[in-house]
Design a protein around this ligand. Sequence first.
Ligand code: ANZ
Ligand code: ZN
Length: 810
Amino acid sequence: DRGFDHAAIEPKWQQEWDKADVFRIEDDATDPEYVLAMFPYPSGEMHMGHVRNYAITDAHARFKRMQGEDVLHPMGWDSFGLPAENAANDRDTNPRAWTMDCIDDMKAQMSMLGLGFNWDREITTCEPEYYRWNQWLFQQFHDAGLVERQTAELNWCPDCETVLADENVEGEDELCWRCDTPINRREMDQWFFTITDYAEELTEDLDSLHNWPDNVREMQRNWIGIQEGASVAFELTTGDSVDIFTTRLDTIYGATFFALSPGHEVAQELAEENDAIADYVERVKDADEDEIEQTSGVFTGEYATNPATGEEIPVYVADYVLDDIGTGALYAVPGHDERDHAFAEEHDIEIQQVVEPTKDTAVDAEEIDVQSKAYTKDGRLVNSGEFDGLASQAAREQFVEEFDGEFRTTHSLRDWCISRQRYWGTPIPFVNCPDCGEVQVPETDLPVELPEFIQTTGNPLDAADEWKATTCPECGGKATRETDTMNTFIDSSWYFLRFISPGFEDGPFDTEQASTWLPVDQYVGGIEHATMHLLYARFFTKVLDDIDLLEDCREPFESLLTQGMVLGSNGNKMSKSKGNGVSPVRIVEEYGADTARLFIMEAAQPDKDFPWDPEGVESASQFLQNVYRLTTSFTEGDIETGDGSTVDDQITQEIQATAATATTEFEQMRYNHALQAVRDLVSLLWQYAEYTEPDAETFEHGLSTVAKLLSPTAPHLAEEVWQALGNDTVVAKAAWPAVEMPENYEMADKLIENTQEDIRDIIDVANIDDASRVEIAVAPEWKHRVREIAKETDGDVVGAVMSDGDLREH
Ligand code: ANZ
Ligand code: ZN
């Protein structure tokens, strides 16, 4: 006997919340807590990863709401994209109908879980009322000079005569998904956003994102790949002056050859007169990045003059030099660079040492033999003329002036190709006129709506003749519509802004309201979005600020939590293909939403992976029944309360301590710790029930605290308990327990607060289970500062231990 019927109580409370308008947030809220889960692609079926994502944001939103904050916790659908088009082709329907069905299904599943979203702010990116603003924003970006036509290589099926998305190229042989013809690559003009204009700011501002996981910031830093170096001009025997990019100007005396990328202008010119070069360029030009032939290249017969030594060094065209990094040209130093070394060995080029280790480099100079292996670290210059003995870093600075160079940074980030040759996306608002060229669709003609879907091998928009035929906005003559659609990452680059003013008609969002409601206070989603989505959204935010659509808002997401994975019970990734998927719907039907949510929240900290565990589910279910039984035992008089027992004061203290612990843990989103404290309190109340005449008020205080503390993670059962205690409003709207911190708690709190204000690299603030001790883990260089702060706050440092190699200050 479960004591309560989840199938009856859960829908009941969901309705009560709606009736009481618990989740609404008014437009005039001044500074709401913005809690956001990455909006899903509506595939039709929620998986456990979704459940975990929304269980986390809902817990945080409910907690903040009970603390008296206005909370924005919206939900919508990232509903454009190729899978809908493929599904439509497979099922003989159209992408719109299929997508809308999927949305209905997923929304029903979300409701079943009791997730408190602002459904009055729902957005669906495939609706014209949303994507018209993609088109409008595209035009603003265009007017700001951030849209360019550039050539890009695309997958091309020669049989279907169509461009294919990467997903539609199958297997290692790279066959067309339709006709099994091997695909090839074609260079075509595409639309690009010049995100590289923001490469430096996107890197620098990562330093200000203190509440983002370090690994995400590191991934973005690497993705952008800023490198500081210099460019210097080399005179070639061809008569050209060619700029190189280097991060190791200190090694210039050791340059023994010069290399051009196959796409470099000078290489192209040379290829016109030299068949060997032409053949080579032709051979390597179709290679993917992972197919680069590291040591292949051809000697051009030309030479470059090293400005440092005056010597002439041979010029090669080499595949390992990339077209779009730096200047596409480099001087090579085989003695100090591994790639150059490998190339030199292959082509019998001289290898010279120009840097040797110093005492601090911790390598013995005697052991270095650059003939067999490049020495790639810094050191002190040798064989470098008058500069022998100079340190690498000093040489890099001095040589820029010495050899007429310039300090330069480069990056591995590329411009963002946003063209897609598919139907299910936002039409790019341009027309192609034979006389005027590419002409923007006037603002008053937006949105350019998608025509009816047509099943075809290629881009359905190319086959939509009637839709394609239009007139030129400039000359009025016959013209055709642009048939490329936008990459769906554009939709998700600004959706968090649309949620703020979803019905706004004068623009994509209300500038003033967005500027005050941003940044999103807490963003939660998968680590798979660490680079693209999160980088594009940051880029959009900066651009919008620069074109005055936002005011003083350079970063969209204040805190980021990347949730861990829910694994199969065998510890592998849960997936349909592995057959180890656990269906959220089935779990909710069998155990109820509260059990599913509680299990997930108790299983691990939100950022850690954990395996699905049927015993854990059972334990969560039993705990909820236990809470319910404790409540009814009390309300139905099975527990004999009376004038008070010997332990009443102690119990009160424990109730307060539990509320205090849970509050801190909820604040830090460590739900498993918070819930352990609640479980302990429930056990304690059972013990309390055994005493002679426990005080009824104290008992009720205990139970109502349990109801409140459970409300963010097991919201339905919490209501049931709350109601049984005689309350006639919902606990979802009740005030979070006032935390009366014992004296020591206050001191501990002050210490944490001061430390956090002061010290940027706090590694962890651990559980404060005993009010007199706080564990703060900091980087070693901060330990003295922690001591000082402890003194300032009348605390005392009582210990420091090493754990996992980190210094921990207690
Ligand atoms: C001379 C040199 C000497 C370099 C040396 C390195 C070491 P990393 O190595 O990742 O820091 N480079 C420049 N343009 C390039 C291109 N288009 N394609 C491939 N490589 C290119 O990246 C910086 C180095 O990459 C640059 O510094 C350059 O080689 C090479 F002992 O210049 B170096
Ligand atoms: Zn025209």
